[in-house]
Design a protein. Structure first.
Length: 361
């Protein structure tokens, strides 16, 4: 073998070794563990320039995304907001491992670090398309820096356009965030599995199918009424289920709902104080009643606060009064909590999640 052949063989081996090395490096990269996103439900981390956060844009984000959750005795926000600049985001790798982000950028400022970050993440063609189409509501990616993560991109041609898009896109963004939180909510509510015996009892007594977490027990178990309770050291979580014959349209009105709930509260729910009973308090805060649907059936949804007459107890409630046209009945599905000194938003969301599983049989 001459010198030239030896040299060619050496170069070929070198190329093959280099390719094998790159392939091995790629395998190593693919095997590198991806962190799991961490953080609580209902948290949103805003990525924007500091001057934007301190100005009208930040005020608008706070107005929509940190507005009051309906209805609680003391105001609590729909979402808990955090803010990082791009510089702060890059200073600590853990800041890239949270669950939910919204990157907010003004395309009129090419020197903005947030705008540059947006342009790194989103192809120029998609940004151009979004700017030409006002109907494009939300651009988002999953698992950008961590597994189980959602990053939403909100941007505008200028500040006024960005403000307008923040306003118009709010419902779609909230819906996307709640959808993202669904699995965490489901896992939290049913952490201790389900009580299938209690579920069967509800079917037998009320012709109602519901998924009940294992921590609840039946404080009252009658043919047409059940009171389910979950008691811990810091919260009392309750479900009141009731049905009666449907006789006229007045049973599906605000006035009848209040009369019905107050009647059940007076009869069944008292504290240890003599002559105490539960009633709706629509003086200190309004009670909202709106038509809706539950399991495809017409219903009234009511939200408000309750109190115990002659005692110092109160809290929030949410109710559904559902028309069952097959059996000609109305079914009340009522959830309420008592959690003195505790934030109540998430507890109410847990109750709503359980109630959303209801199916009138």
């Amino acid at each position: 073998m001459n010198y030239k052949s030896i040299l060619n063989s050496f170069l070929l081996a070198l190329v093959m070794f280099s390719c094998a090395g790159e392939a091995a490096q790629e395998v190593v990269r693919s095997m590198k563990s991806v962190p799991n996103a961490f953080g609580k439900m209902n948290e949103l981390t805003i990525i924007s320039d500091q001057d934007m956060w301190d100005g009208n844009i930040g005020d608008s984000i706070d107005f929509y995304y940190a507005s009051a959750y309906p209805i609680l005795p003391q105001p609590e926000p729909i979402l808990d907001l955090k803010h990082f600049t791009v510089k702060e985001l890059n200073e600590d790798k853990l800041r890239k491992e949270l669950r939910t982000y919204m990157v907010v950028a003004n395309l009129a400022d090419p020197s903005s670090l947030t705008t540059r970050l947006l342009q790194e993440h989103v192809p120029a063609e998609r940004i151009h398309q979004a700017m030409q189409n006002d109907k494009v509501s939300v651009m988002a990616v999953k698992d950008k820096w961590a597994r189980g993560q959602l990053v939403i991109y909100m941007f505008g041609k200028n500040q006024d356009d960005l403000l307008d898009r923040l306003r118009r896109n709010y419902p779609a963004v909230i819906k996307r965030i709640y959808k993202h939180d669904y699995r965490k909510l489901e896992a939290t509510v049913y952490l201790d599995s389900r009580d299938q015996k209690l579920e069967q009892s509800i079917r037998d007594h009320l012709d109602l199918d519901m998924r009940i977490p294992g921590e609840y027990y039946a404080a009252i178990n009658e043919p047409n009424l059940m009171w389910l309770r979950k008691e811990t050291s810091n919260i009392s979580s309750n479900l009141l289920l009731y049905k009666e014959p449907y006789t006229n349209k007045k049973q599906l009105t605000r006035e009848y709902f209040k009369t019905l709930r107050d009647s059940l509260g007076r009869q069944y729910i008292q504290s240890n104080v003599e002559d105490s009973y539960m009633k709706i308090n629509d003086v200190d805060l309004p009670m909202f009643v709106d038509p809706t649907a539950l399991d495809g059936k017409y219903a009234l949804e009511a939200r408000g606060i309750w109190e115990i007459e002659n005692d110092y107890m109160g809290g929030s409630f949410i109710s559904y009064l559902v028309l069952d046209p097959v059996d000609n009945e109305v079914v009340l599905i009522d959830g309420f909590i008592h959690a003195p000194g505790e934030d109540k938003r998430n507890y109410m969301m847990y109750l709503e999640h359980i109630m959303s599983t209801a199916k009138v049989l």
